[in-house]
Design a protein around this ligand. Structure first.
Ligand code: AMP
Length: 248
């Protein structure tokens, strides 16, 4: 099972709403979160190597999450599940919903992006692993499955180098940038995806309440960067570093 989130496309210049309550998402290009594309690619590779029977893409949010799920189906997922929610969901709510879906679907592996590029939370994978009591391999840059032993070996990129973990399955894996290069959906697969099933659930059906103990106080743009200056000599540079920047 792979969790895919619909987010503002990475190439869009983000605009903050005038009332500072969040970022503008109306009339803005939305796409699958890039780390979720990597998660889906990994799941597809696992299936193609004969280590999984099917790939199920799941997404939680407003009705147009279905577009993101169709992209996932066009990349190669077999079926999809959409949990409809009109409001933005915080990671703990997403994790609780995922737990319900895991209880229904019993996947052998749950793969998520390491973070969503809209909220940059980097929490959902860790929370769902905690809720399920499953082992977690976060920031994976390599995943090797052993179906016989029912373990996953995960390389993680950490500050000092690479950490290799061995996880008993079922497990939660979150994907880092260098794990793989996600495929593009081909036109025939986009057509085929239209007839693949997307099952819908409501929050009530899954008995999960949207409750958040977080409140967004305000969202503001980063301060504008000052324009650079061209200096005429090394002496002038040293003078500025000493007397203006006070760094030497
Ligand atoms: P975050 O913890 O919000 O940075 O998100 C990390 C990962 O959790 C994402 O890359 C997705 O795999 C998953 N995720 C978060 N929110 C959603 C959502 N609304 N629907 C599906 N997956 C989600």
């Amino acid at each position: 099972m792979v969790a895919v989130k619909r987010v503002v496309d990475y190439a869009v210049k983000i605009r903050v709403k005038p009332d500072k309550s969040g970022v503008e998402t109306q009339n803005v290009k939305m796409s699958m979160n890039p780390f979720c594309e990597i998660a889906l690619e990994e799941a597809l590779k696992i299936k193609e190597s004969g280590l999984a029977k099917e790939v199920v893409a799941v997404s939680m949010g407003p009705s147009n999450c279905v577009d993101t799920l169709r992209t996932g189906l066009a990349m190669g997922a077999d079926r999809a599940i959409h949990v409809e929610a009109s409001r933005d969901l915080v990671p703990l709510t997403v994790a609780k919903l995922l737990k319900k879906l895991v209880e229904i679907e019993n996947p052998g592996l749950l793969i998520l992006g390491k973070q969503a590029i809209d909220d940059d939370c980097n929490q959902t994978g860790q929370m769902i692993a905690g809720l399920l009591g499953w082992p977690q391999g976060t920031f994976a840059s390599k995943v090797v499955l052993d179906k016989e032993k029912q373990v996953a070996t995960v390389d993680r990129e950490v500050d000092g180098g690479l950490e290799t973990l061995c996880l008993d399955l079922p497990a939660v894996i979150t994907t880092d940038l260098r794990l793989n290069q996600p495929r593009y959906a081909t036109l025939p697969n986009i057509m085929k995806a239209k007839s693949k099933p997307i099952k819908k659930f409501t929050l009530e059906e899954l008995n999960v309440e949207i409750k958040s103990d977080l409140e967004v106080v305000q969202v503001t743009e980063p301060p504008k960067r000052k324009a650079g200056v061209i200096l005429s000599s090394v002496d002038e540079l040293i003078d500025k570093l000493k007397n203006e920047a006070h760094v030497i």
